[in-house]
Write a protein that binds this ligand. Structure first.
Ligand SMILES: CC(C)(COP(=O)(O)OP(=O)(O)OC[C@H]1O[C@@H](n2cnc3c(N)ncnc32)[C@H](O)[C@@H]1OP(=O)(O)O)[C@@H](O)C(=O)NCCC(=O)NCCS
Length: 358
């Protein structure tokens, strides 16, 4: 796998453009949102320097003739599985919108995707709960570019600390439903005896969690991939806590992960949460999340909120989050289209723009 240290062109690009790339992306992504939960510059730079693990990532920056950064984009190409897919993100600095910059960046993203043999493209829009899709530039542009909704997601946040006694009460009520099951928690890299379990559960995340119309195919995980991800997280200045559920027979049946970055210490990010299909109905989702939150709060008592994303159709997970006090504040659309459909839609947008300029 190429990393910036064995890819001099990439390191040179980063030295010259990374700060402008990040500033343009942050300006585009943050506009109109109260709390955009962006990866911090230190985390993105560390990723460049360390080298990515699950995806090969291409960063793209649009500048005008004077060198001003107008917009930023990225293309994520999964390397272990999902070889049909390219995940793209395009963001344009608000002052430079509706001049075709977004379309030009998207076209460059499609060129990267096509060169890598990818046949479907996915993108995501995020907007405040009280803004309609028709009034949100990202949603309007994604529709004009030929993307269609594959899965509706809601972002929720939990203000910390939780009300006195709430976590204990939730555990007390749930415990009788999980008789015989056990929950283990730890901070940082997985104990060696649980690495294979985490790899197995991570792959089940791509088959047992709701996917809507997303074209995701089963992900391929092994212990080495788990360890690579841990090494990248550490390089990015992140700490994390894992809760693992074990069946009465000692089989790993669920897990959840919370992450905290030293670049944004006030936020805990909820990563994967899964209980495998065969072991649902025992309140393990709730018990895992409560145990993980307690472990994180012991180490970062000053954290101010937890941020999480769930498919709207994932009723059990949403119910767990609502019981813990999470409240929805953003609507997230995961959109997909075949690559040729996006190319055709882009052609039409650019032709209409050229005609109206005549
Ligand atoms: C989405 C975004 C990148 C568009 O950038 P842009 O430079 O304005 O895009 P373009 O000028 O190429 O517009 C392409 C087409 O999208 C549609 N569109 C873009 N913004 C729109 C808006 N505010 N209202 C209605 N339609 C809009 C139009 O059809 C437009 O073509 P037109 O201007 O010829 O009518 C920009 O609004 C942005 O950064 N948003 C935040 C990030 C995001 O949501 N990205 C989308 C997911 S990748």
């Amino acid at each position: 796998m190429a990393t910036s240290t064995d890819d001099p062109a990439r390191a040179a690009w980063a030295a010259e453009h990374f700060d402008d790339w990040y500033a343009a992306q942050a300006a585009g992504e943050s506009h109109g949102r109260a709390d955009p939960a962006l990866w911090q510059p230190g985390e993105r730079r560390a990723e460049l320097e360390h080298g990515t693990v699950d995806d090969r990532i291409h960063l793209l920056l649009a500048r005008d003739g004077a060198g001003t950064a107008l917009g930023a984009a990225e293309v994520w190409l999964p390397v272990h599985d999902n070889a049909h897919l390219a995940l793209v993100d395009v963001a344009v600095v608000p002052a430079h919108r509706r001049r075709g910059v977004g379309s030009a960046l998207l076209r460059a993203c499609l060129d990267v995707a096509a060169a890598a043999g990818r046949t479907r493209v996915r993108c995501t829009t995020e907007r405040p709960l009280d803004v309609a899709a028709g009034d949100w530039p990202g949603s309007a542009a994604a529709a004009a570019w030929g993307f269609t909704l594959a899965q509706a997601v809601a972002r929720r946040q939990l203000l910390l600390p939780p009300p006195e006694g709430l976590l204990e009460e939730l555990e007390r009520t749930a415990a009788p439903h999980a008789a015989g099951y056990a929950v283990r928690t730890w901070a940082g890299p997985a104990p060696q005896e649980h690495v294979d379990a985490l790899a197995h559960l991570a792959s089940r995340m791509s088959t047992d969690a709701p996917l809507g119309e997303l074209s995701t195919t089963p992900e391929v995980w092994d212990a080495a991939r788990v360890r690579e991800g841990e090494a990248l997280r550490s390089a990015q200045g992140r700490r994390w806590w894992t809760a693992l559920a074990l069946s009465p027979g000692g089989e790993p049946v669920g897990y959840t992960v919370l992450v905290n970055s030293r670049h944004e210490p006030q936020r805990l990010l909820q990563h994967d949460t899964l209980v495998v299909r065969e072991h649902r109905g025992h309140r393990l989702g709730l018990l895992l999340k409560v145990a993980c939150l307690r472990a994180a709060l012991r180490d970062v008592p000053g954290a101010e909120r937890v941020t999480t994303w769930n498919a709207v159709a994932n009723a059990p997970m949403v119910a767990v989050n609502e019981a813990m006090g999470f409240r929805a504040d953003e609507v997230v659309e995961e959109l997909e289209a075949p690559l040729p459909a996006v190319q055709a839609a882009l052609d039409a947008v650019e032709a209409a723009g050229a005609a109206s300029a005549r």
